[in-house]
Design a protein around this ligand. Sequence first.
Ligand code: GLC
Length: 557
Amino acid sequence: MDGTKEVGLRNVSSTCSISEMDDFDLSRLLDKPRLNIERQRSFDERSLSELSIGLTRGGLDYCEITYSPGGRSGLDTPVSSARNSFEPHPMVADAWEALRRSIVYFRGQPVGTIAAIDHASEEVLNYDQVFVRDFVPSALAFLMNGEPEIVKNFLLKTLHLQGWEKRIDRFKLGEGVMPASFKVLHDPVRKTDTLMADFGESAIGRVAPVDSGFWWIILLRAYTKSTGDLSLAETPECQKGMRLILTLCLSEGFDTFPTLLCADGCSMIDRRMGIYGYPIEIQALFFMALRCALSMLKHDTEGKECIERIVKRLHALSYHIRSYFWLDFQQLNDIYRYKTEEYSHTAVNKFNVIPDSIPDWVFDFMPTRGGYFIGNISPARMDFRWFALGNCVAILSSLATPEQSMAIMDLIESRWEELVGEMPLKIAYPAIESHDWRIVTGCDPKNTRWSYHNGGSWPVLLWLLTAACIKTGRPQIARRAIDLAETRLLKDSWPEYYDGKLGKFIGKQARKYQTWSIAGYLVAKMMLEDPSHLGMISLEEDKQMKPVIKRSSSWTC
Ligand code: GLC
């Protein structure tokens, strides 16, 4: 710890290019009372370069956004709106009320938020549970509002669940697996509360949630960063929890790629959608979780070994993704002209992608300026679809280089109608139709074209888009998206997703009062109001991970 207190301006200016900060109210950032949380150097500034695997030390250019936690201001008043002089949007109060109604208690303590409270829906399925991934935006909203208790309880409860023995039929799952969701069962007669968790053994399709463990680590860092309370992450339990999650991913085997091999349905897209293999959503979360863990793991005997493996993996992973997942106009043109059947390490077309497999839509979709990480890559298979979560997390974790981050934002701007339309934000683009839909989804009636995971629009993604916009210094894009959401979300009772090419229709089977739609909106609003919140969910570029990569036209902007 160096105890340095930093003021907002320098920090923010290193996040956003000044020329594009016209939408920021810098004076507000400066005037805001900064609580004296001491910056935890060991947490924030531990770089790959400081670790003992023979890397040379480079200049550290960490963007420290000091957090200004609000004190608790009574249950119903959002701190964020109370401390600002301007009137908050009327939706904000409504959203807070709905978010508080979704809180789940275990033995009197708040431990999470239920996925949806939709009284009108006949089928509850598992929407009455606390999903790990769904709780993330809720947690961020509470942290930003100066209410860390529920987040701490959630982290501890899920850590406890990780310790359970997990079986599907006669097969035992890895020790580190975190649940997709859990439920609190209240017995009104005996006055007892018990927990029930789902690690994939009850989930539709029986897939374990690979993203849960990563979100858990990311949230632990957000909690630590936001509260300045190092003691939770430093407990032997949390240290072990992180190591167990990462042990699942860092083991050596038959892999030839540093990316993580996954089954379909192992993440937010939790049913068959052709994302098996190396989906960008998981790879970006994996990268971010590795970096977060690196900042929190202790250098004790067990920690050290894990840290060394993390550092090596981060290098390989960032190189692989930045090089092979990246697609822009130039890269598309290169693939279009690929030779096939090349043998040996001199091959240019390493994965033997056949140019004929490039779908027609990509040629129209790709702007001359802009680019994105494609959905998946494995031998002879490139999934050219755009996935919002993976691309936003790539920006937040600095898996994307600054140039790539800018290019992703350029793409969102130039393909606004396709990716945002009337409701932010498309989970994936484009939809799969007809014969492809039959083959890829297995005729899934919930995932018909432009619905649900198949090109549906998910309001929850608004917080990720907003965070990415702030990080790249383009808050005006977030503002535009939030304005769109504000015309519909409350009126439509906070749907889970919207359908249609433009996202105009409330989703066919969408739940109402979907908690992460509510929390996602609040987080987006609070971040735009006070960009210093970004620090809890964003990591600055590590200069040691500069890619060796060809430049292409969209990078020279
Ligand atoms: C759906 C979504 C999943 C989410 C869950 C609870 O299954 O696909 O991502 O976690 O609902 O909201």
